[in-house]
Design a protein around this ligand. Sequence first.
Ligand SMILES: Nc1ncnc2c1ncn2[C@@H]1O[C@H](COP(=O)(O)OP(=O)(O)OP(=O)(O)O)[C@@H](O)[C@H]1O
Ligand SMILES: CC(C)(CO)[C@@H](O)C(=O)NCCC(=O)O
Ligand SMILES: [K+]
Length: 252
Amino acid sequence: MHHLVIDIGNTNSKIAVFKMRELIHFESVHHLDQSRIAEIIRDYGISHSAVSSVSDEHKGLISFLKINTQYTEFSVRIQMGIKNNYGTGTTLGLDRWAKVIAAHRLYPGQDCFMIDCGTCITYDLLNRKQEYDGGSISLGLNMRFQALAHFTGRLPLVKWDKEILRIPAGSNTNNAILNGVLQGAVYEVDGFIAHQYANNNKVRIMITGGDAPFLMEQLKDRSYGHSLIHEPYLVLKGLNEAIAFEQHVQKN
Ligand SMILES: Nc1ncnc2c1ncn2[C@@H]1O[C@H](COP(=O)(O)OP(=O)(O)OP(=O)(O)O)[C@@H](O)[C@H]1O
Ligand SMILES: CC(C)(CO)[C@@H](O)C(=O)NCCC(=O)O
Ligand SMILES: [K+]
């Protein structure tokens, strides 16, 4: 039995196939193509599927999955014993909830702090009592570069090569922007983590999203560095756990 899970983000869609808990296929695409999904369903003999999306589009894709697989409607209704104290449950991003579900399964009974560095940077805490109180939503790196160029007369849109891990000193306009955006984001993430770590140095700190490798590199020498876990597939793992959970519920 193979599970197909899709994390539709604001920049990219992440697609994965799981065989039980093992991820056997992953791809990230800018545009979701239904024919590619049909191909994956056929090639991997997909039995079940689930989707998390940051928008209400993709109704066509979801109908297609409902017809061709056993589809799990992923929502905050799937709780697995977690108490959700978020005031606006209906507007909570499903990608955020999927990370909460994944953390709950990966490290049950432990404090888990999830950081997603994608289009936005999000911070979410699931505490050891299995309570979720929400977290923080902040600007992603690309958005910061775009905003500086968009809202000013004289600042260019700077190109950042995320493979270059060193942050330059702000010695000219280009580098001052690179330094402000990159070092600023590192200080921001560092501050959020340090705050959690000061409360509890056993907290599991998971970093996911497209810019996670950059952050991991920048933060590795911090006092909490040994507690950082790079979890590239956290949203996808949460969706996979939701499928497994729903199957279990249906059987019992
Ligand atoms: N097409 C692109 N152009 C520029 N930057 C990109 C592009 N795709 C990804 N990035 C970089 O990756 C980050 C987003 O990575 P990720 O793959 O996690 O995207 P995402 O799918 O938008 O995340 P999310 O699920 O939060 O929407 C951006 O901040 C940017 O640095
Ligand atoms: C914050 C993002 C954009 C991160 O992908 C997404 O989770 C979202 O659209 N959330 C909705 C608002 C909320 O989570 O309360
Ligand atoms: K919006």
